[in-house]
Design a protein around this ligand. Sequence first.
Ligand code: UDP
Ligand code: MG
Length: 309
Amino acid sequence: MKRLSGIVPCYNEEENIADFYQAFMQNEAFFQEKEIELELWYIDDGSRDQTASEVKKLIQKDNRVHLLSFSRNFGKEAAIYAGMEKANGDYVVFLDADLQDPPSLLPEMYSYLEQGYDSVATRRVTRKGEPPIRSFFARMFYRMMKKISKTEIMDGARDYRLMTRQVAEAILSMPEYNRFSKGIFGWVGFETKWLEFENIERKKGETKWSFWKLFLYSIDGMTAFSTAPLAFAAFMGVLFCLAAFALIIFTIVRKAIFGDPTSGWPSLVCIISLISGVQLFCLGIVGQYLAKTYMEVKRRPIYLVKEEI
Ligand code: UDP
Ligand code: MG
């Protein structure tokens, strides 16, 4: 018998735990036929509602359900990593608790593994039901990442992925602290099949990602999978040096011809403000990388466990 482990990061998802279990186990018959048993790992990412006790109710009824509770909220990325470490199925799949990643897609996803693919990824082709500003910035982010990163990061890619143990081990071998899964999945390579589906709105509860949280996450993604911003800082430096040379020559020539060295105070203020702005901006870019490096060298654990059942 082989095993398929479903990993479900949950942060304040009490209303969704039971519904999700129902939906996931709908696939039981299909996988039984393939001689694969299902198991579920709910990763309680420091929820402050009844998420853990909802999972415990399920565990009493079904011993294929497991719970891993963090000591506080460590974020979805940490939950995915923890799930992969704990679940030892021959196949691993990540799904959101809010049923935005339809478990009914699993049989189709599995059929591609049978065809020889190592992992099956999903992306949504619409962003229906999402605030337009959020969609706009998300599109911009993906378009930019495509230009500045060598790692393939798909627009609309979800974390909903089914993979073989081999791919899961490859991902586990990347113990970085700043985890940006969409990039990590692309970075490890392997044969990946992409499935597309229409965006499904969250069943119950509300999104855990504020605009600000998403913005910080996008910076994580950029610094983790591209050093282009650093090159940009250097480029700006060169550009402004050249501009400064041109200005020096212009000033000397003007003085020689018109002999008026004192005028031009307003333009001086503009130039100084512009250049200090650019300098601080570039320093900020360097600072971002420094901060990420700092967090990385501390080697703090990615998550801390409070309870495991
Ligand atoms: N989640 C998590 N920790 C967090 C934030 C979210 O484990 O800090 C989980 C959440 O419970 C859900 C999944 O990650 O199962 C996706 O979150 P959400 O549905 O809020 O994101 P959205 O679908 O709106 O992008
Ligand atoms: Mg969601």
